[in-house]
Design a binder for this molecule. Sequence first.
Ligand SMILES: NC(=O)c1ccc[n+]([C@@H]2O[C@H](COP(=O)([O-])OP(=O)(O)OC[C@H]3O[C@@H](n4cnc5c(N)ncnc54)[C@H](O)[C@@H]3O)[C@@H](O)[C@H]2O)c1
Length: 256
Amino acid sequence: MRFEGKNVIVTGANGGFGRAAALRFSSEGANVACVDLLKDDLSDLLNEISSSGGKAIAIAADVTQNTQVEAYVNETVSEFGGIDVLFNNAGIEGLISPLENYDEEMFDKVMEVNVKGVWLGMRHSADAMRQTGGGVIINTASGAGLMATPTMVAYGASKHAVIGMTKTASIELAPAGIRVNAVCPGVINTRMMRSIEEQTIPENPEEYVKAVSERTPLGRYGEPEEIAGLVAFLASDEAAYITGASYVIDGGLVNA
Ligand SMILES: NC(=O)c1ccc[n+]([C@@H]2O[C@H](COP(=O)([O-])OP(=O)(O)OC[C@H]3O[C@@H](n4cnc5c(N)ncnc54)[C@H](O)[C@@H]3O)[C@@H](O)[C@H]2O)c1
């Protein structure tokens, strides 16, 4: 039980990665604060955690709003007594569109959620972690933070930014005993990939799945539980000397 008595915040907890990570942390003994836009959406996850003997709370927050991020951090501290781990994971894909036609409002929205939301999460949780002598932050970047993303100009820019912020934060927060790393998943089986498949080949989304799986050296999409395993490793004491790193988990896709 690597996280016995540890307090973990997961943002985007109603999504594929968030749900898998919340369950993984809970199965290893953590108290989990599950954050997403709507509290009601989190009730299944909370029931699943409590029925297997774990402890979790649901918090509604929009990660783009400073006061709501401050509030999810404060609520976690008051419920659990502190924060040991932040899985800073909420994100949106935006649109599939050539860059000349990309919708301006959507460009701003993607930046707000994927960049500002990640910064605000680090800002407020770092304050709380300082009080208790340290902690760990894991930001969700993407393979899209390392390579070109034709037709996803905002998403690619936002995930490059997450990697940049992770490096900066790792240096600023090291003296406070806070490690900061990023995960860079490739294509993983969640709602987000369904949206990308359907926007890219509306008449036959399965064709996208087939083409991308064939291009991936390991020949398939990843599963959210595989991301949760990496996140749990980075959050654990086994990763005590790792900070400022961006871990690729993509079946080989970024090198293909
Ligand atoms: N699925 C993939 O292939 C893949 C690959 C690389 C990176 N990622 C990244 O992983 C993260 C999780 O994605 P996922 O695949 O689980 O997608 P998902 O759509 O299943 O989950 C995203 C969650 O974030 C929440 N969210 C969105 N905007 C929010 C906001 N403003 N405030 C609070 N919560 C908000 C959504 O409600 C949703 O529950 C994202 O940052 C995504 O960019 C996904």
